[in-house]
Design a protein around this ligand. Structure first.
Ligand SMILES: [Zn+2]
Length: 291
């Protein structure tokens, strides 16, 4: 901890640390995250089994790891009442700080949209019941997702649109509803003129609604390949890129890539990375009640 003052203090609100890619060296991955400045990590639960495992990990790394519990829209087809009871039990635990990941994904439609919608509504009702934030995944399903959430608008707990990849228009709509936006290394992949980069450049996300996450092992922020503006490239510090380039790859991103992501977000917003780090960590602590 002695060199802590050199670091940002960051919270990764979504990392899939139950993924088997970490089964051999999770200790090292968590320690590396801390060394890079990522003090707390929320481990995403995307299935009954995964949510159980995520909760188990919080017991091994108390105060560092937290979990979520839910069924990913890809797996909506696997829903049954018995497994749902398990999700309901899991979210009662204090270390489980959000309901999800849940939502709609029409990009690949691994489950039928009708199944996805039904399972999503189960999560919404559960989040309302236990009064924990809803951790939402949405791909190419903006209209249906909003239509469903609108039905519950007066009762909803805080809603986080995790790994946001949509348009400026969608983001503004989410923000109008009071939702939070989670950003990842997708920033490097975004090639549109009306997407995440535009949102940041035009300063359309208030700092008090922004959260940051790696979605590791996915969403590797490929700072080399993407055409980043010069001032964004220059905003990357040697320290953050060392963690990124030494330990993270396309095959396996890690939470220690978060400082680089925050530096890019800050550069696009024309703000100091320290300011983005402080705001997003504060938001995460408050929203998810992290100690
Ligand atoms: Zn997701």
């Amino acid at each position: 901890m002695e060199k802590c003052y050199e670091n940002y203090i960051l919270i990764d609100i979504g990392a899939n640390l139950t993924n088997k890619k970490y089964s051999r060296d999770l200790d090292t991955v968590v320690q590396r995250a801390k060394d890079s400045g990522v003090q707390k990590i929320m481990v995403t639960g995307t299935s009954v089994k995964g949510s159980k495992e995520a909760l188990r990990l919080t017991r091994i790394y108390p105060g560092t790891l937290y979990s979520t519990a839910g069924i990913h829209p890809h797996d909506a087809k696997s829903y049954d009442d018995q497994s749902w009871e398990e999700i309901c039990r899991l979210v009662e635990n204090p270390e489980c700080v959000a309901v999800g990941e849940c939502g709609l994904d029409y990009n690949r439609n691994f489950s039928e949209p009708e199944d996805q919608k039904a399972v999503f509504e189960k999560h919404i009702n559960l989040a309302i019941k236990v009064n924990k934030p809803l951790f939402v995944h949405e791909r190419d399903a903006f209209n249906d997702l909003v239509e469903i959430l609108n039905k519950y608008s007066s009762k909803l707990p805080p809603v986080v649109i995790h790994c946001f990849t949509g348009s400026v228009e969608n983001a503004l709509d989410y923000l109008n509803k009071g939702f939070y936006i989670g950003l990842t290394g997708y920033l490097c992949k975004d090639k549109s003129d009306t997407g995440v980069r535009k949102l940041l450049v035009d300063n359309l996300i208030p700092l008090d609604r922004l959260l940051v996450e790696t979605d590791a092992p996915f969403m590797y922020p490929n700072t080399r390949a993407s055409k980043l503006p010069v001032h964004v490239k220059e905003g990357l510090t040697e320290r953050s890129t060392t963690f990124l380039h030494r330990y993270c790859t396309f095959q396996r991103n890690e939470p220690c890539s978060l400082p680089a992501i925050v530096e890019m977000i800050a550069a696009f917003m024309n703000k100091k990375p320290e300011e983005v780090a402080l705001a997003t960590s504060f938001n995460a602590m408050k929203l998810f009640g992290l100690s």
